[in-house]
Write a protein that binds this ligand. Structure first.
Ligand code: ZN
Length: 253
């Protein structure tokens, strides 16, 4: 018997300050009558609307801390120079005293947890071994030791983000992209790690936003079209944000 969420939940991740993408995904979730939303972190970083995206997360049932959120709060460590520059710009936006709500934004980010458990379900940003920073890429299935170690931290099912590449990992070193499984996967007795993809910066070659719903034992991957050109234009107009962060949105890479 699998104990999963009683009510359907939407699991989103890696919004990265992309308001157009977040609004499109929230509308898509609402159109299915789903009221419970879990966000797996990286609300900010790279994108042009960090304040608005943080404020959209206030009403969600869960929001985890991502490495970019952590970088904006504390000293950024281990980022590329472009990403670091974006983090310092993001921090200035969040700190902007001339905009209302500065205290609330900081207080919200500062109390985000790094992991969450609901019965058999576990939620992290990166990996269950290192919730904030470890990447688990599809090609890691060829590193059996890594996959075994990571799965040793999972009781049953773990939902994650961070790589921006959606799909399902099994304990016996298989990876299934959403297209290989018809966008759905049934939870059973086997342990799983499920990457929910990215709302605001997809990197699997599909520029549409990605997220997951969990209804009973059915995991479903969703893709949502949004106005990526509008977000790209905003990024190109901000000198502190690398042009690459805008252009890659159009390619989903
Ligand atoms: Zn991210």
């Amino acid at each position: 018997m699998i104990s999963s969420a009683a009510k359907p939940i939407a699991i989103i991740s890696d919004i990265h300050g992309n308001l157009e993408a977040l609004q499109a995904v929230l509308a898509h979730i609402a159109s299915q009558g789903i009221e419970t939303i879990y966000c797996l972190g990286d609300v900010v970083g790279y994108g042009p609307n960090p304040r608005e995206c943080v404020e959209h997360c206030y009403g969600m049932q869960l929001c985890l801390l991502g490495n970019h959120d952590n970088g904006a709060l504390f000293d950024p460590d281990g980022f590329s120079s472009g990403a670091e520059k974006a983090i310092f710009w993001t921090r200035r936006q969040l700190e902007d005293q001339s905009r209302s709500g500065m205290q609330e934004r900081w207080a919200f980010l500062a109390r985000l947890p790094r992991t969450h458990r609901d019965g058999d379900l576990m939620f992290v940003h990166g990996s269950p071994r290192s919730p904030l920073n470890e990447y688990v890429f599809p090609e890691d299935i060829y590193n059996q030791r890594k996959i075994e170690r990571i799965f040793s931290f999972i009781q049953k099912f773990c939902f994650q983000g961070h790589t921006h590449v959606p799909g399902v990992f099994t304990e016996n070193c298989r990876f299934y992209s959403p297209s290989e499984i018809g966008d759905t996967y049934e939870l059973s007795d086997q342990k799983l790690m499920i990457n929910v993809g990215s709302v605001g910066q997809p990197r699997d070659g599909d520029s549409r936003s990605c997220y997951v719903t969990l209804n009973g034992t059915t995991v479903r991957f969703h893709r949502v079209q949004y106005d990526a050109e509008a977000t790209c234009r905003k990024i190109l107009a901000i000198p502190e944000l690398d042009e690459f962060f805008g252009n890659r949105l159009l390619q989903g890479k």
